[in-house]
Ligand binder design. Sequence first.
Ligand SMILES: [Zn+2]
Length: 227
Amino acid sequence: MRGLSLPSVGGRPAIVARVLADLSGPEQACLEFAWQALLAGSIPIGAVVADADGTVIGSGRNAVYGQAELPAISSSLLAHAEINALIGLAVGRSYPECRLVTSFEPCQMCTGALWMARVGALTYLGADPVNGTSWILESARYVGHRPVGVTGPRADESGRLASGLVVAYHLRHRPAGRYIGACRKVCPDLVAVGATLIEAGIFELAAGREPWAAAAPALLAAVERAG
Ligand SMILES: [Zn+2]
């Protein structure tokens, strides 16, 4: 496997077990990599490439900001989780049986990268009603001759948590920025989730470098409260 080593989740309180039990291994890994991105000071998004058996063959997290310990792209505006997950795929073959799995609906660059990397399908957990462009894969003429199956977003707490992580990050770091401004117009429900995560202590948990297994119960409970 290229990229990050897969973290493990230990003891899981009820809400974690209920929500995460519905997720595949790669989907769970995405959330854990998103948490690692936040711990490193970047935008909390994680991604993996999984084969037909669910085996992870590439992984990455957002590394636009913060510490740069990754083997792929970091400290660059292009250092998105999906790029870091895709960039190690070998040239000279296609990956129709593989799936890019990401915690957050990919942007235009990453949606294009998936297609250029010849990966067969996309799964994302959380919606990005502002910048998400997964719809390109189903409607753009350019990509129409090699269809890519799209799955997402998830309607349960895992999807709202995945989106809420990103919104919380922007609420903390760029509350007057364009992204939050657009979110307030397009998806105020996700702004509420992000605010609830902040109230639940997401940045204190990150500052304490809590592992995902320790942080997930409090964060999922907060998302549940936010409705
Ligand atoms: Zn992207």
